[in-house]
Design a protein around this ligand. Structure first.
Ligand code: PAF
Length: 288
């Protein structure tokens, strides 16, 4: 596996392969790789000829009070995982190379980021959209894989690729979970043993929403309360949002007919957890 740090060297490597007609697959990450990332890399490996993964803790997507400085950076472990899973190039640019002095272009998607994570973390998504656009320009992938856990992020990337005609196929891989259902996340390492036990409450609440839909409940508010009831059993948890939304626009649904996404974010001590479940409500059968 090659380790490339310079964006120019990366672009030259990709340019040669693109000219030869090689299909480049791409898994962008911020490192601290876990089984969820491994699943993305494995899927990309099956779908492409050459595989690039980036490890870049992107300062532009962290708010001033967020965990940029303490974000885990186990680079040797990360490289070992990439090497084992058949990554061809691990792209590890520096902050200075990605955002040199004089850098000024930011990419924003106002509608899709208006709510949920976008509301709680202002500027986060313009940091994500900007770095993803830059990485796509440097790596030139034919396809890129994102995890469903960051549902709003993957919806944003799909919209970005469509709006800017970037010509990258976006694949969203289902969330990889711990045995009890907790979604895997690089930030789970911040949880104490006690918080870790309680953290599964978020997934349980999303399941309660999905079960209500399965029983035929279609009213968005009623589904929201079914989810909230579960989290409220755990006093240490504060709800940021629990919502029933259209999976493309992420606008809240007052009535669920067909596809919906249940989105949730909660705070447990200093840790914020996010998760989601996609559901399809059964359509009422037409009677003849
Ligand atoms: O999901 C992530 O790890 C990051 O938001 C991404 C897509 C690598 C952009 O920095």
């Amino acid at each position: 596996m090659k380790i490339i740090r310079s964006p120019t060297t990366m672009a030259v490597w990709s340019e040669r392969l693109v000219r030869e007609g090689v299909k480049i697959g791409f898994v962008p990450t911020m490192g601290a790789l876990h089984e969820g990332h491994r699943a993305l890399i494995r899927e990309a490996r099956l779908r492409c000829d050459a595989l690039v993964s980036s490890i870049f803790v992107n300062p532009a997507q962290f708010g001033p009070q967020e965990d940029l400085a303490k974000y885990p950076r186990p680079i040797l472990q990360d490289r070992a995982l990439c090497r084992k899973e058949g990554v061809d190039v691990c792209f590890e640019p520096t902050v200075e190379a990605m955002y040199p002095s004089g850098f000024q272009t930011m990419v924003t998607l106002p509608a899709i980021t208006r709510r949920w994570e976008g509301e709680v973390r202002p500027h986060h998504f313009s940091g994500v959209a900007t770095v993803v656009t830059k990485l796509f320009g440097i790596v030139r992938p034919k396809m890129a894989i994102f995890g469903q856990k960051d549902f709003q992020q993957s919806a944003l990337v799909r919209q970005l690729v469509k709006d800017l005609n970037l010509g990258v196929e976006i694949v969203v891989h289902p969330t990889v979970r711990e045995e009890d259902g907790l979604a895997m996340s690089s930030r789970n390492v911040y949880l104490t043993q006690d918080e870790r036990k309680r953290a599964v409450m978020l997934y349980k609440s999303l399941r309660a929403g999905a079960e209500a839909i399965g029983r035929g409940v279609t009213d968005g508010k009623a589904i929201g309360s079914a989810m909230a009831q579960v989290v409220k059993k755990e006093p240490a948890i504060t709800i940021d949002y629990l919502a029933v939304c259209d999976p493309t626009t992420l606008e809240p649904l007052s009535t669920v007919r067909g596809k919906a996404v249940l989105l949730g974010a909660v705070r447990l001590g200093p840790v914020r957890l996010i998760d989601n479940i996609l559901v399809v409500a059964k359509q009422a059968r037409r009677k003849f």
